[in-house]
Design a protein around this ligand. Structure first.
Ligand SMILES: Cc1cc2nc3c(=O)[nH]c(=O)nc-3n(C[C@H](O)[C@H](O)[C@H](O)COP(=O)(O)OP(=O)(O)OC[C@H]3O[C@@H](n4cnc5c(N)ncnc54)[C@H](O)[C@@H]3O)c2cc1C
Length: 319
Protein backbone atom coordinates (compact mmCIF):
# COMPACT_ATOMS: atom_id res chain seq x y z
CA UNK A 1 0.00 0.00 0.00
CA UNK A 2 1.24 3.52 -0.95
CA UNK A 3 0.98 4.90 2.58
CA UNK A 4 2.16 1.79 4.44
CA UNK A 5 5.25 3.44 5.93
CA UNK A 6 3.31 6.51 7.08
CA UNK A 7 0.60 4.31 8.57
CA UNK A 8 3.19 2.34 10.52
CA UNK A 9 4.51 5.60 11.89
CA UNK A 10 0.98 6.79 12.77
CA UNK A 11 0.35 3.52 14.63
CA UNK A 12 3.62 3.96 16.46
CA UNK A 13 2.67 7.55 17.44
CA UNK A 14 -0.85 6.34 18.34
CA UNK A 15 -2.46 8.80 15.95
CA UNK A 16 -5.80 7.80 14.43
CA UNK A 17 -6.40 8.03 10.69
CA UNK A 18 -8.81 7.06 7.91
CA UNK A 19 -7.96 6.01 4.39
CA UNK A 20 -10.03 7.05 1.35
CA UNK A 21 -11.96 9.60 3.36
CA UNK A 22 -14.96 10.55 1.25
CA UNK A 23 -15.27 14.36 1.09
CA UNK A 24 -18.66 14.23 -0.63
CA UNK A 25 -20.03 12.44 2.43
CA UNK A 26 -17.98 13.93 5.23
CA UNK A 27 -16.99 17.52 4.42
CA UNK A 28 -19.32 20.28 5.61
CA UNK A 29 -20.55 21.21 2.12
CA UNK A 30 -20.60 17.54 1.06
CA UNK A 31 -18.76 17.88 -2.24
CA UNK A 32 -15.36 16.72 -3.48
CA UNK A 33 -13.46 13.53 -4.11
CA UNK A 34 -11.43 11.92 -1.38
CA UNK A 35 -8.54 12.35 1.03
CA UNK A 36 -6.27 9.35 0.57
CA UNK A 37 -5.04 9.59 4.15
CA UNK A 38 -6.95 11.66 6.74
CA UNK A 39 -5.05 12.03 10.01
CA UNK A 40 -6.43 13.05 13.42
CA UNK A 41 -3.80 13.86 16.08
CA UNK A 42 -5.52 14.42 19.44
CA UNK A 43 -2.74 16.12 21.44
CA UNK A 44 -0.28 18.91 20.74
CA UNK A 45 2.59 16.51 21.34
CA UNK A 46 1.27 14.11 18.70
CA UNK A 47 0.69 17.03 16.32
CA UNK A 48 4.28 18.18 16.84
CA UNK A 49 5.70 14.69 16.31
CA UNK A 50 3.59 14.26 13.19
CA UNK A 51 4.70 17.55 11.66
CA UNK A 52 8.34 16.71 12.46
CA UNK A 53 7.91 13.32 10.76
CA UNK A 54 6.20 14.78 7.66
CA UNK A 55 8.88 17.47 7.48
CA UNK A 56 11.71 14.91 7.74
CA UNK A 57 10.17 12.90 4.88
CA UNK A 58 9.37 16.00 2.83
CA UNK A 59 5.68 15.04 2.75
CA UNK A 60 3.14 17.72 1.90
CA UNK A 61 -0.29 17.89 3.55
CA UNK A 62 -3.33 20.12 3.97
CA UNK A 63 -4.79 21.22 7.29
CA UNK A 64 -8.52 21.41 8.05
CA UNK A 65 -10.85 22.10 10.93
CA UNK A 66 -14.58 21.49 10.51
CA UNK A 67 -14.39 22.31 6.73
CA UNK A 68 -17.26 24.79 7.14
CA UNK A 69 -15.45 27.35 4.98
CA UNK A 70 -14.27 25.03 2.23
CA UNK A 71 -16.00 24.07 -1.00
CA UNK A 72 -14.11 21.07 -2.35
CA UNK A 73 -14.43 20.90 -6.13
CA UNK A 74 -16.00 17.68 -7.42
CA UNK A 75 -12.63 16.53 -8.77
CA UNK A 76 -10.60 17.48 -5.67
CA UNK A 77 -8.51 14.62 -4.40
CA UNK A 78 -6.10 15.23 -1.54
CA UNK A 79 -3.15 13.01 -0.69
CA UNK A 80 -2.75 13.75 3.03
CA UNK A 81 -5.11 15.85 5.16
CA UNK A 82 -4.60 16.65 8.83
CA UNK A 83 -7.82 17.37 10.72
CA UNK A 84 -7.57 19.21 14.05
CA UNK A 85 -11.01 18.13 15.25
CA UNK A 86 -9.81 15.65 17.86
CA UNK A 87 -7.44 18.07 19.60
CA UNK A 88 -9.85 19.97 21.84
CA UNK A 89 -8.64 20.54 25.41
CA UNK A 90 -9.80 23.65 27.15
CA UNK A 91 -9.04 25.23 30.53
CA UNK A 92 -9.96 28.50 32.23
CA UNK A 93 -7.58 29.36 35.04
CA UNK A 94 -5.91 32.80 34.82
CA UNK A 95 -6.66 32.93 31.10
CA UNK A 96 -8.83 30.90 28.74
CA UNK A 97 -6.67 28.32 26.96
CA UNK A 98 -8.09 26.15 24.17
CA UNK A 99 -6.68 23.82 21.55
CA UNK A 100 -7.32 24.36 17.86
CA UNK A 101 -9.81 21.52 17.39
CA UNK A 102 -12.17 22.82 20.04
CA UNK A 103 -15.57 23.46 18.47
CA UNK A 104 -16.45 27.14 18.72
CA UNK A 105 -20.16 26.61 19.62
CA UNK A 106 -19.16 24.26 22.44
CA UNK A 107 -16.42 26.59 23.65
CA UNK A 108 -18.79 29.60 23.74
CA UNK A 109 -21.42 27.63 25.68
CA UNK A 110 -18.81 26.36 28.14
CA UNK A 111 -17.39 29.83 28.73
CA UNK A 112 -20.84 31.33 29.33
CA UNK A 113 -21.59 28.54 31.84
CA UNK A 114 -18.32 29.46 33.60
CA UNK A 115 -19.49 33.12 33.71
CA UNK A 116 -16.78 34.18 31.22
CA UNK A 117 -18.03 36.84 28.82
CA UNK A 118 -17.04 38.06 25.37
CA UNK A 119 -17.83 35.03 23.20
CA UNK A 120 -21.65 34.91 23.13
CA UNK A 121 -21.98 36.37 19.61
CA UNK A 122 -19.72 33.66 18.16
CA UNK A 123 -21.68 30.67 19.46
CA UNK A 124 -23.51 30.01 16.19
CA UNK A 125 -20.42 29.82 13.96
CA UNK A 126 -19.80 26.19 12.94
CA UNK A 127 -16.02 26.32 13.28
CA UNK A 128 -13.10 24.83 15.12
CA UNK A 129 -11.08 27.36 17.09
CA UNK A 130 -8.14 26.98 14.65
CA UNK A 131 -10.36 27.62 11.61
CA UNK A 132 -12.01 30.56 13.36
CA UNK A 133 -8.63 32.16 14.15
CA UNK A 134 -7.37 31.54 10.61
CA UNK A 135 -10.48 33.31 9.24
CA UNK A 136 -10.86 35.77 12.14
CA UNK A 137 -14.45 34.54 12.19
CA UNK A 138 -17.00 36.92 13.58
CA UNK A 139 -20.63 37.78 13.97
CA UNK A 140 -22.90 40.44 15.53
CA UNK A 141 -19.99 42.88 15.80
CA UNK A 142 -17.67 40.49 17.63
CA UNK A 143 -14.67 38.58 16.24
CA UNK A 144 -12.64 35.69 17.61
CA UNK A 145 -9.59 37.99 17.81
CA UNK A 146 -11.28 40.51 20.13
CA UNK A 147 -10.26 38.94 23.47
CA UNK A 148 -7.31 36.99 22.11
CA UNK A 149 -3.93 37.18 23.86
CA UNK A 150 -1.76 34.87 21.76
CA UNK A 151 -1.77 31.97 19.31
CA UNK A 152 0.65 29.04 19.41
CA UNK A 153 1.60 27.72 15.99
CA UNK A 154 3.89 25.14 14.51
CA UNK A 155 5.56 25.92 11.21
CA UNK A 156 5.71 23.23 8.55
CA UNK A 157 9.38 22.74 9.34
CA UNK A 158 8.50 21.95 12.94
CA UNK A 159 9.22 25.20 14.88
CA UNK A 160 6.85 26.04 17.70
CA UNK A 161 6.09 29.73 18.20
CA UNK A 162 3.75 31.76 20.41
CA UNK A 163 2.51 34.78 18.46
CA UNK A 164 1.04 37.76 20.28
CA UNK A 165 -2.25 39.21 19.00
CA UNK A 166 -0.44 42.30 17.64
CA UNK A 167 1.65 40.05 15.38
CA UNK A 168 -1.36 38.28 13.85
CA UNK A 169 -2.52 41.08 11.46
CA UNK A 170 -6.20 40.44 12.13
CA UNK A 171 -8.60 42.10 9.70
CA UNK A 172 -12.08 41.43 8.37
CA UNK A 173 -12.07 37.63 7.84
CA UNK A 174 -8.28 37.84 7.63
CA UNK A 175 -5.20 36.93 9.67
CA UNK A 176 -1.47 36.54 9.08
CA UNK A 177 -2.05 32.79 8.91
CA UNK A 178 -3.18 33.28 5.29
CA UNK A 179 0.40 34.32 4.58
CA UNK A 180 2.53 31.87 6.54
CA UNK A 181 2.66 28.12 6.14
CA UNK A 182 1.80 26.95 9.64
CA UNK A 183 -0.67 25.11 11.81
CA UNK A 184 -2.52 26.83 14.62
CA UNK A 185 -2.26 24.60 17.68
CA UNK A 186 -3.85 26.56 20.51
CA UNK A 187 -4.79 30.02 21.71
CA UNK A 188 -5.10 32.05 24.89
CA UNK A 189 -7.85 34.57 25.61
CA UNK A 190 -8.55 37.18 28.30
CA UNK A 191 -10.86 35.87 30.97
CA UNK A 192 -13.58 38.53 31.41
CA UNK A 193 -16.18 38.03 34.10
CA UNK A 194 -19.88 38.07 33.24
CA UNK A 195 -23.22 36.97 34.61
CA UNK A 196 -23.90 33.38 33.62
CA UNK A 197 -27.68 33.79 33.16
CA UNK A 198 -27.32 36.96 31.12
CA UNK A 199 -24.66 35.31 28.92
CA UNK A 200 -26.71 32.14 28.35
CA UNK A 201 -29.83 34.16 27.54
CA UNK A 202 -27.88 36.25 25.05
CA UNK A 203 -26.59 33.09 23.37
CA UNK A 204 -30.10 31.67 23.10
CA UNK A 205 -31.48 34.90 21.65
CA UNK A 206 -28.71 35.23 19.06
CA UNK A 207 -28.90 31.51 18.23
CA UNK A 208 -32.61 31.85 17.44
CA UNK A 209 -31.96 35.01 15.43
CA UNK A 210 -29.29 33.22 13.33
CA UNK A 211 -31.73 30.43 12.53
CA UNK A 212 -34.18 33.06 11.36
CA UNK A 213 -31.81 34.99 9.07
CA UNK A 214 -29.36 32.32 7.85
CA UNK A 215 -29.71 29.39 5.44
CA UNK A 216 -30.31 26.19 7.37
CA UNK A 217 -32.36 24.26 4.81
CA UNK A 218 -29.43 23.31 2.58
CA UNK A 219 -25.74 22.56 3.02
CA UNK A 220 -23.73 25.78 2.66
CA UNK A 221 -20.50 27.37 3.90
CA UNK A 222 -21.85 30.75 4.98
CA UNK A 223 -20.82 33.83 3.00
CA UNK A 224 -18.93 33.21 -0.21
CA UNK A 225 -17.72 36.77 -0.76
CA UNK A 226 -16.06 39.06 1.79
CA UNK A 227 -18.75 41.73 1.87
CA UNK A 228 -21.63 42.92 4.03
CA UNK A 229 -23.95 43.50 1.07
CA UNK A 230 -23.32 41.84 -2.29
CA UNK A 231 -26.45 43.41 -3.83
CA UNK A 232 -25.10 46.94 -3.15
CA UNK A 233 -21.71 45.89 -4.55
CA UNK A 234 -23.47 44.95 -7.80
CA UNK A 235 -25.43 48.20 -7.77
CA UNK A 236 -22.27 50.35 -7.70
CA UNK A 237 -21.76 50.09 -11.47
CA UNK A 238 -25.42 49.89 -12.52
CA UNK A 239 -27.67 52.86 -11.81
CA UNK A 240 -30.84 51.15 -13.11
CA UNK A 241 -30.27 48.19 -10.81
CA UNK A 242 -29.52 50.55 -7.90
CA UNK A 243 -33.00 52.10 -8.30
CA UNK A 244 -34.64 48.66 -8.57
CA UNK A 245 -32.76 47.51 -5.45
CA UNK A 246 -33.91 50.54 -3.51
CA UNK A 247 -37.57 49.97 -4.41
CA UNK A 248 -37.50 46.24 -3.69
CA UNK A 249 -35.85 46.78 -0.33
CA UNK A 250 -38.26 49.56 0.55
CA UNK A 251 -41.55 48.04 -0.61
CA UNK A 252 -41.03 44.28 -0.42
CA UNK A 253 -38.84 44.17 2.66
CA UNK A 254 -39.83 47.24 4.70
CA UNK A 255 -43.49 47.85 3.76
CA UNK A 256 -44.62 44.24 3.12
CA UNK A 257 -42.08 42.80 5.59
CA UNK A 258 -41.05 39.91 3.32
CA UNK A 259 -38.18 38.17 5.12
CA UNK A 260 -36.37 36.32 2.32
CA UNK A 261 -34.53 37.61 -0.72
CA UNK A 262 -36.27 35.19 -3.10
CA UNK A 263 -37.90 37.96 -5.14
CA UNK A 264 -34.79 40.16 -4.99
CA UNK A 265 -32.66 37.23 -6.20
CA UNK A 266 -35.08 36.63 -9.08
CA UNK A 267 -34.98 40.28 -10.17
CA UNK A 268 -31.20 40.58 -9.65
CA UNK A 269 -30.45 37.41 -11.57
CA UNK A 270 -32.76 38.43 -14.43
CA UNK A 271 -31.12 41.87 -14.57
CA UNK A 272 -27.59 40.45 -14.73
CA UNK A 273 -28.45 37.37 -16.85
CA UNK A 274 -27.52 34.99 -14.04
CA UNK A 275 -30.81 33.03 -14.08
CA UNK A 276 -29.11 29.68 -14.62
CA UNK A 277 -27.55 30.05 -11.15
CA UNK A 278 -30.82 30.68 -9.25
CA UNK A 279 -30.97 27.08 -8.01
CA UNK A 280 -27.54 27.25 -6.35
CA UNK A 281 -28.07 30.39 -4.25
CA UNK A 282 -29.88 30.64 -0.96
CA UNK A 283 -33.22 32.48 -0.84
CA UNK A 284 -31.79 34.23 2.24
CA UNK A 285 -28.99 35.92 0.24
CA UNK A 286 -27.13 35.57 -3.05
CA UNK A 287 -23.90 35.61 -1.00
CA UNK A 288 -24.62 32.08 0.22
CA UNK A 289 -24.34 29.13 -2.15
CA UNK A 290 -26.21 25.93 -1.43
CA UNK A 291 -25.38 22.38 -2.34
CA UNK A 292 -28.39 21.56 -4.49
CA UNK A 293 -26.64 18.55 -5.98
CA UNK A 294 -25.80 20.18 -9.31
CA UNK A 295 -22.01 19.97 -8.89
CA UNK A 296 -19.30 22.50 -8.18
CA UNK A 297 -18.70 23.61 -11.79
CA UNK A 298 -21.73 25.92 -11.66
CA UNK A 299 -20.51 27.26 -8.31
CA UNK A 300 -17.13 28.16 -9.81
CA UNK A 301 -18.80 29.85 -12.80
CA UNK A 302 -21.13 31.82 -10.52
CA UNK A 303 -18.24 33.06 -8.38
CA UNK A 304 -16.28 34.24 -11.42
CA UNK A 305 -19.30 35.93 -13.01
CA UNK A 306 -20.21 37.82 -9.82
CA UNK A 307 -16.60 38.89 -9.36
CA UNK A 308 -16.52 40.18 -12.93
CA UNK A 309 -19.81 42.07 -12.43
CA UNK A 310 -18.31 43.86 -9.42
CA UNK A 311 -15.06 44.60 -11.29
CA UNK A 312 -13.30 42.15 -8.93
CA UNK A 313 -13.93 44.47 -5.99
CA UNK A 314 -15.31 41.70 -3.78
CA UNK A 315 -12.88 39.09 -2.60
CA UNK A 316 -13.71 35.44 -2.17
CA UNK A 317 -14.06 34.26 1.43
CA UNK A 318 -14.38 30.50 0.91
CA UNK A 319 -11.38 28.31 0.27
C1 LIG B 1 -24.00 27.81 8.28
C2 LIG B 1 -22.72 28.59 8.35
C3 LIG B 1 -22.68 29.80 8.99
C4 LIG B 1 -21.47 30.52 9.08
N1 LIG B 1 -21.48 31.71 9.73
C5 LIG B 1 -20.33 32.39 9.86
C6 LIG B 1 -20.30 33.63 10.58
O1 LIG B 1 -21.29 34.08 11.13
N2 LIG B 1 -19.11 34.29 10.65
C7 LIG B 1 -17.97 33.80 10.08
O2 LIG B 1 -16.92 34.45 10.20
N3 LIG B 1 -17.97 32.64 9.38
C8 LIG B 1 -19.12 31.93 9.26
N4 LIG B 1 -19.13 30.75 8.56
C9 LIG B 1 -17.91 30.30 7.85
C10 LIG B 1 -17.02 29.32 8.65
O3 LIG B 1 -17.73 28.69 9.69
C11 LIG B 1 -15.82 30.05 9.25
O4 LIG B 1 -15.02 30.59 8.23
C12 LIG B 1 -14.94 29.16 10.13
O5 LIG B 1 -13.93 29.98 10.70
C13 LIG B 1 -14.30 27.96 9.45
O6 LIG B 1 -13.76 27.11 10.49
P1 LIG B 1 -13.38 25.59 10.22
O7 LIG B 1 -12.87 25.01 11.47
O8 LIG B 1 -14.53 24.87 9.60
O9 LIG B 1 -12.21 25.76 9.18
P2 LIG B 1 -12.04 25.00 7.77
O10 LIG B 1 -13.23 25.36 6.92
O11 LIG B 1 -11.75 23.58 7.99
O12 LIG B 1 -10.76 25.74 7.20
C14 LIG B 1 -10.81 27.08 6.80
C15 LIG B 1 -9.38 27.55 6.55
O13 LIG B 1 -8.68 27.58 7.79
C16 LIG B 1 -7.51 26.78 7.72
N5 LIG B 1 -7.36 26.11 9.02
C17 LIG B 1 -8.29 25.39 9.70
N6 LIG B 1 -7.78 24.95 10.86
C18 LIG B 1 -6.49 25.38 10.90
C19 LIG B 1 -5.42 25.25 11.85
N7 LIG B 1 -5.57 24.59 13.00
N8 LIG B 1 -4.23 25.82 11.55
C20 LIG B 1 -4.05 26.51 10.40
N9 LIG B 1 -5.01 26.67 9.48
C21 LIG B 1 -6.22 26.12 9.72
C22 LIG B 1 -7.75 25.76 6.60
O14 LIG B 1 -6.55 25.31 6.03
C23 LIG B 1 -8.59 26.60 5.63
O15 LIG B 1 -7.73 27.37 4.83
C24 LIG B 1 -20.30 30.00 8.49
C25 LIG B 1 -20.34 28.76 7.84
C26 LIG B 1 -21.52 28.07 7.79
C27 LIG B 1 -21.52 26.73 7.12
Amino acid sequence: MKYQLIIERLDCLQISYKTDYDLAKSSYFQTGGSVALAVYPNTIEKFTNLVAYFSSKNLDYSIFGWTSNVIFKDDTNIEIGIFSTKMRSISFEDVVYAEAGMMLPKMCNMLAKESISGFEELQGIPATLGGAIYMNAGCYGNEISRHLISVTIITKDGCLKEMQKSECKFGYRYSIFHEIDCIILSAKFIKNKGDKNILLNKILKLHNHRHFILEYGYRNVGSVFVTHDLYSDLAKNHLAYKIVLFFIRFFIHKVFRVKTNKFLNFVTFSFFHLNKFLSIVSVKTMNVLINSGSGTKAIEEYIYEVQALTDNRVEIEVI
